[in-house]
Write a protein of this length. Structure first.
Length: 531
């Protein structure tokens, strides 16, 4: 098969895959329906403060796997749903930020600086249209960069990196994530080592279980999805329960501000926004391609860059559309770029990427990493077909965003009025139900609650969650690479230091930790961010 034949096969896997139903004899693909459902649900969840895309992805993944099963046909519908949620939540997070000065997602915090002042001026409609236009533009640009960059990066990795170099690269990625995420690089390293430690319980290539203390309870290891959901979702739920217990007060209903004037966004106004959108999209794409940094920093840098470019009559922070556009283009362009290290290296960079990898590992038949883009003309690489199918779902989600996303996001402002005490118990029960549906064992629920307490404690001591999750997922790949490199070197104890490239990666790991340790100020908000 040629390159274009692989692309066409990926497109047809989405549009001509298993049918959900037929309309006038035309079959409707279940993958397309799942992408659309995930996208619109993501907008609703993103517009609901206290929730977010990671929550929907975490709760829905076990349920979807139990419905679709572990067959290859389940990969694209489930991953398409997760892609739709990821994109929709990014768009929806700007709705409460603009209408009620309450960001639905952490990366929408900067949107409040100009979005809410525009609402107070009676220009909420214009602010929402600006946010949608910038978000869709940045997201599309980032996806195009992903489509063109990931295959070439994967080919370079596959061609030039051996087992030792790949192990050193994983160590560098873990060090980078641990140093960048959170207020303290040392706490990030501790979180990463904790994830590696727990992932090694009851696992390994030998038949003898490790650190199981002779119990069947731990002999099979810690369930991956249960641990990730516990730390990410249940830990946040427990923290929210504590906060609600401390507050114990009913928030007053948010007063609606009457809107006036022209709230449309003309072609001339869109053209004026394009320089801000273009620069912020580049900033967000670069930031998104680096594992662990997240969209909050991208939004901050995009806003700061746009502020330096701005010379209009209304300053940034006083209600200018350019401020909304710069922020939304930056944080939306992260979503596509975050999949560059996933598909080319098998390394997740944010929580959304984590759940895509979990879906691939749970179902099987698709292993994110350099082997995905291995191109041969003699035999078909099914993983490459799935990769192009995944790209197709992303473009279909972008088409939905451009055509229906703007109108839909203006309808869901009512979600901000749902009180948090009503949401958190629902999240708690849904998470337990999702885990039990996947594992069908009460032991998995005990694991979930235990890791929820671990996530709660980590939040209390301001230890970042993302390094723990990523190291937990990459532990198996790291162990395999180390074992293979050790075997190839004929049991050389210094096998990691025999390759110049692996030495460079290890040296960069040390430099990254030292660099970010110097003068890094404590920021409690960063430690709670998991995306």
């Amino acid at each position: 098969m040629g390159v274009f034949e692989y692309v066409w096969a990926g497109v047809m896997a989405v549009f001509a895959g298993p049918e959900a139903f037929a309309i006038f004899g035309v079959g409707i693909s279940i993958t397309l329906l799942m992408v659309a459902f995930g996208f619109f649900l993501g907008i609703v969840i993103g517009a609901t403060p206290g929730l977010g895309g990671p929550f929907v992805m975490a709760v829905s993944l076990p349920v979807l796997i139990s419905i679709f099963g572990f067959t290859p046909d389940a990969l694209l519908p489930i991953m398409g749903f997760l892609v739709g949620v990821m994109k929709g939540a990014t768009v929806g997070g700007s709705v409460p930020a603009i209408l009620f000065n309450t960001p639905g997602t952490p990366d929408a915090l900067m949107t409040t600086l100009d979005g809410y002042p525009m609402t107070k001026k009676g220009q909420a409609g214009k602010a929402l249209r600006t946010a949608h236009f910038a978000s869709a533009s940045g997201d599309t640009f980032s996806d195009l960069v992903l489509f063109t960059t990931a295959p070439f990066l994967a080919i370079l990795v596959e061609g030039y990196l051996g087992f030792a170099e790949k192990a050193a690269l994983i160590i560098l990625s873990l060090s980078f994530v641990a140093a960048v995420v959170g207020a303290s690089p040392m706490k990030g390293l501790i979180a990463a080592f904790l994830g590696l430690l727990i992932a090694s319980v009851g696992t390994g290539e030998d038949l003898y279980p490790r650190m199981s203390m002779g119990t069947d309870f731990l002999a099979n290891g810690v369930p991956l999805i249960t641990a990730v959901l516990g730390v990410l979702i249940m830990g946040e739920v427990f923290s929210s329960f504590e906060q609600m217990w401390r507050d114990r007060r009913t928030e007053a209903a948010t007063a609606e501000i009457p809107q006036s004037g022209d709230n449309s966004l003309s072609f001339r106004e869109r053209r004026k926004l394009m320089p801000f959108i273009g620069v912020s999209a580049v900033v967000g794409t670069v930031i998104g391609a680096l594992p662990g940094i997240g969209s909050t920093l991208a939004a901050t840098l995009g806003y700061a860059t746009g502020q330096k470019m701005h010379k209009g009559p209304v300053n940034f922070g006083e209600g200018t559309p350019e401020g909304v556009a710069a922020t939304e283009a930056a944080n939306s362009s992260v979503s596509g770029a975050n999949l560059i290290p996933v598909l080319s290296l098998g390394i997740p960079g944010n929580v959304g990427a984590v759940f895509l990898i979990l879906a691939a590992e749970s179902i099987g038949g698709f292993n994110p990493g350099p082997s995905v883009f291995r191109f041969t003309t003699t035999e078909v690489n099914p993983e490459l077909v799935i990769a192009f199918g995944l790209f197709t779902t992303m473009m279909f989600a972008n088409i939905l965003n451009w055509t229906f996303g703007g109108q839909f996001m203006r309808w869901v402002g009512i979600m901000v009025k749902i009180p948090k005490p009503a949401l958190m118990p629902i999240v708690f029960l849904l998470t337990i139900t999702a885990v039990y549906v996947q594992e069908t064992s009460m032991l998995s629920v005990y694991f979930l609650l235990g890791f929820g307490l671990l996530g709660y404690v980590m939040r209390k001591i301001r230890m970042p969650i993302l390094p723990f999750v990523i190291s937990f997922i990459l532990a198996g790949n790291l162990e395999t690479a180390l074992r293979q490199a050790f075997a190839v070197s004929k049991a050389d104890p210094l096998f990691l230091f025999r390759s110049p490239l692996s030495v460079v990666f290890l040296a960069l790991s040390i430099i990254v930790v030292i660099f970010f340790s110097r003068g890094k100020k404590s920021d409690p908000k960063m430690t709670s961010e998991v995306s």
